[in-house]
Design a protein around this ligand. Structure first.
Ligand code: 6GU
Length: 232
């Protein structure tokens, strides 16, 4: 199964680079995922090709109009049945590893990037199945957030990472942060790599890493640590 992702944006070029490098590029080359960036401007209906208009009730900021978005969404829906139609918005559900894991299992995803003050509420009511934020801060638009969401989804599809188990040992995959990692040389700038990692003793190494993960999570992210404890 090839996952398919359509991303609707009024700034298509902003979304090119994230998919043209490294792991996401390789996933696309291997046909594990196909990503289609859709230029909303092509669905503009008035002579100036406007995509936004003043907000009813006044106030600063423009609102993305219903008509171009509806035309664009409907035209994509003619070709595919979407499992999720996601709107990227700072008032959505905060993205976490569990959401990414779930989304990595579906076949067709549509993502809509908002701009200005966002999209007309009626588009949200009519088409959107899931609203996602990437954290409690504001970005100029949904594009960078969409790229973050896509990266978090695509990298964990089986076959994307060369060592399939490596996604399982990521920070957050089981509510624990990842342990510290080291590479050569064994001593740098007077700092030594922990002895156990040089020992070749697999069980001890595994235990040490788990201890380090627990310690890190406890001190840096007590909120996550509580969730991990609840599962143990
Ligand atoms: Cl999804 N969009 C915008 N504009 N800002 C954000 C965000 C999304 N998530 C966090 N901040």
């Amino acid at each position: 199964m090839t996952m398919h992702i359509d991303i609707i944006t009024c700034l298509p070029r902003l979304l090119e680079s994230p998919f043209a490098h490294s792991i996401l590029k390789r996933a696309i080359e291997k046909d594990i995922v196909s990503v289609n960036i859709v230029d909303l401007r092509e669905y503009a209906t008035n002579k100036h090709k406007n995509l936004d208009d003043y907000a009813f009730g006044g106030g600063a900021g423009m609102v993305m109009m219903c008509e171009p978005l509806a035309l664009c969404i409907e035209s994509l829906m003619e070709h595919r049945k979407y499992d999720q139609i996601i709107y990227m918005t700072p008032d959505g559900e905060t993205l976490n590893q569990q959401i990414a894991n779930k989304l990595s299992l579906v076949e067709n995803i549509m993502i809509i990037c908002g701009h200005y003050k966002g999209i007309d509420e009626r588009i949200r009511q009519t088409y959107i199945t899931h609203e996602i934020s990437i954290g409690d801060y504001v970005l100029s638009g949904g594009e960078l957030a969409a790229a973050v969401l896509c990266d978090s989804i695509i990298r964990i599809i089986p076959g994307v990472l060369s060592d399939e188990t490596s996604a399982l040992t990521d920070s957050h995959q089981d509510f624990l942060l990842a342990p510290p990692v080291y590479t050569r040389p064994a001593e740098w700038n007077g700092l030594k790599v922990p002895e156990v990692l040089l020992s070749g003793h697999e069980k001890n190494i595994e235990n040490w890493r788990l201890e380090q993960s627990i310690e890190r999570t406890k001190t840096r992210r007590p909120d996550l640590f509580k969730k991990w404890e609840e599962g143990h």
